[in-house]
Design a protein. Structure first.
Lengths: 97, 468
């Protein structure tokens, strides 16, 4: 397991191409953060990551899938807030085999 | 296990029969089958009935590579009765570190024939059906519709979306896995299958429910380009076999039994929110910080293009090119095409250098450092493309010095910069980025792409160059 995030933060895990893009496997970001602001926050830190990685990736919070749609008014996106101590994962599809 | 003796207290006949899906008792186990499958039949939850379900099942493996080989071995060993295998490729030496169903003596053979040779030696009882060509939108439905369950062991998004769409329309469960470099993914989709368009309740997702759109081709890497560790893809293939055997032996893909049928195994039937298994393998540490993760997925998406409400996807449409899978998977990408004056062929670069016509210059090789370590052109400095792009983005964002992007000593002066990569795309993007960042000193400094990269170099200049 990745180590616990510091107080006031959540851990975000970067799998596959998300890891190559950010050059890390995990980092701690400030919490709380509304889910719908997640991609914007990451884009600020890693310019271009939205189009190259995030738009086609799955997102989980505490090992459970969450729906991040482009639609600002979507039921889920409006309500979900990433809390202190949560573990978020960015999971791009892998195609090879 | 010590003492592999036959347990003669078990009946050899009589009770060795099972109920098939239509409720009728079907065939008995032969002595050969009984001997061969005894060690898995005595596992609780499996039994004779599970074994007979496997024997009566038809399973399709699409892709006879790194996933398909290990999956097929266990599927065949377990005694699935009919096993179809689709692959149009031939066996190459670079396959063998992970594609364990092939052999050095079968290099150059069709992969399906090679794998079936191996499987027949392992277990001659199943019927093996070879399809020694690629799956296409035209042939996919005819093949897939003849099977009970499909394993996606392919290596490209085009086939992944195609297979998933056909499985939705023909109502087949799909066990999907993938792996590249040091990580793998596995999930069970469409199981038990529900008619397209049903959304009032919990139904299992399809591939499109999970991954709505493919990654841009520029960020997509194949095992051939990015590499793959054998055990990573092997583990995923075996896990696929495990899931497939469980589903078929337990009848998890069949509609739930009616209330008066008490013979159904007491197993978890709800695959409507399946697990996505992720395996990450860290080469830098003995025990990775996290190796396996099981993620709870969502169910069928209401607005899914393939299985959701009001979907217009049809088998006829797919056959006639709608949707266009190739186009869907090659959507917008920055495809740089440099003007001729910023390019030079590998042959011309070599000739000019041999004749001493090239001025003192800097040669930048943008391949990853692992590729670079196998061999490079004389005087080349390594500047891995991925890291360069990130650093370039950071410079744009923070306004740092673009000169720091270049390898030490390369930033000063107006000596021309030549850029070479593996196949000639990354080098063009690099040339363009360097100019954008003003590193051409307002046009005084030439920045030139070596066309076709080191692949062209090997082909046209030096056949002994160690190109991977």
């Amino acid at each position: 397991m990745a180590s616990k995030p510091p107080p006031g933060h959540f851990n975000i895990l970067y799998f596959a191409t998300a890891g190559s893009y950010t050059a890390k496997n995990v980092e701690a970001l400030p919490a709380p953060l509304p889910l719908k602001k997640l991609f914007g926050t990451l884009e600020e830190r890693y310019q271009g990551i939205r189009a190259s990685v995030l738009d086609h990736s799955l997102v989980t919070i505490n090992l459970t899938y969450v729906d991040v749609t482009d639609d600002e008014a979507s039921e889920d996106g409006d309500q979900i807030v990433i809390k202190e101590g949560d573990e978020v994962a960015i999971i791009p599809p892998v195609s090879s085999g | 296990m010590a003492g592999e003796t036959k347990d003669n207290s078990l009946p050899k006949n009589g009770l060795l029969s099972a109920r098939s899906s239509d409720g009728k008792f079907s065939r008995r186990l032969t002595d050969d089958e009984f001997d061969r499958y005894s060690r898995q039949m005595i596992v609780p939850g499996m039994g004779r009935e599970g074994q007979l379900r496997l024997i009566e099942s038809r399973l399709l493996i699409i892709g006879a590579g790194g996933l398909g080989c290990p999956a097929a071995q266990y599927i065949a060993g377990a005694g699935v009765g009919t096993i179809g295998i689709v692959d149009g490729d031939i066996v190459e030496a670079s396959n063998l570190h992970r594609q364990v169903g092939h052999a050095t003596s079968r290099l150059g053979m069709k992969k399906v024939d090679s794998l079936i040779t191996h499987l027949k030696a392992l277990n001659p009882l199943p019927t093996y059906i070879p399809y020694d060509f690629q799956l296409t939108p035209q042939n996919a439905a005819d093949i897939i519709s003849q099977y009970d369950l499909v394993l996606d062991c392919t290596d490209h998004p085009i086939t992944r979306y195609l297979i998933s769409d056909i499985c939705v329309l023909t109502q087949k469960p799909l066990v999907s896995a993938a792996a590249v470099q040091k990580s793998g993914q596995l999930t069970v989709l469409n199981c038990p299958p529900a008619p397209q368009g049903l959304v009032d309740g919990e139904y299992p997702p399809c591939y499109r429910c999970c991954f709505r759109k493919p990654p841009p081709p520029s960020s997509m890497v194949s095992c051939g380009e990015a590499g793959i560790m054998g055990p990573v893809v092997g583990m995923m293939g075996m896990a696929q076999a495990g899931e497939a055997i469980k589903i078929l032996a337990s009848g998890l893909h069949l509609p739930p039994p009616t209330s008066d049928d008490n013979t159904a195994p007491p197993l978890e039937r709800n695959l409507a929110r399946p697990t996505l298994l992720i395996y990450t393998y860290d080469l830098d540490s003995a025990v990775g910080p996290y190796s396996f993760r099981a993620l709870k997925m969502g169910g069928r998406k209401k607005n899914c293009f393939a299985c959701g409400e009001g979907s217009t996807l049809t088998l006829d449409g797919i056959k006639t090119g709608n949707p266009d899978y190739v186009q869907f998977c090659s959507a917008p990408t920055i495809n740089v095409r440099l003007p001729p004056e910023q390019r030079i062929t590998a042959v011309a670069y070599h000739a000019a250098k041999e004749k001493g016509e090239l001025p003192a210059h800097i040669l930048v090789d943008t391949r990853e450092k692992e590729h670079f370590s196998f061999g490079s052109l004389e005087g080349a400095v390594n500047m891995p493309f991925g890291r360069f792009l990130m650093n370039a983005a950071a410079v744009k964002r923070t306004g740092g010095s673009a000169r720091d992007l270049l390898p030490t000593g390369a930033a000063d002066g107006d000596a021309p910069i030549f850029v070479v990569c593996r196949t000639g795309q990354d080098s063009q993007e690099t040339v363009e980025k360097l100019r954008e960042l003003g590193l051409d000193n307002g046009g005084q400094r030439k920045i030139v792409d070596i066309m076709g990269g080191l692949r062209a170099w090997k082909q046209d200049v030096d056949p002994t160059f160690p190109f991977i």
